[in-house]
Design a protein around this ligand. Structure first.
Ligand SMILES: [Zn+2]
Length: 77
């Protein structure tokens, strides 16, 4: 399913001595609408990391999250 985008921010980072880059944060409404799902991307030379996490215990158990998407886990009862 697609999640609803609530907030999108980006800022320039000085990087870590390897040049500057951009850090993007997107906040989505979690599937049960009680929590939030965060997508963070560091677009900095040498530090291309992506992090996706939810602050909702319930949905963390039941879904695998992508960028703006949630997929029900197979083993969910
Ligand atoms: Zn939730």
């Amino acid at each position: 399913m697609d999640l609803k985008l609530i907030e999108e921010t980006s800022y320039q980072s000085d990087g870590f001595g390897s040049g500057s880059g951009e850090v993007i944060t997107e906040v989505y409404e979690c599937p049960c609408k009680k929590g939030k799902v965060y997508y963070e991307k560091e677009n900095i030379p040498g530090f291309r990391t992506v992090e996706i996490f939810s602050d909702c215990e319930e949905c963390k158990e039941s879904f695998d999250f992508g960028r703006g998407t949630a997929k029900a886990k197979e083993n969910t009862i």
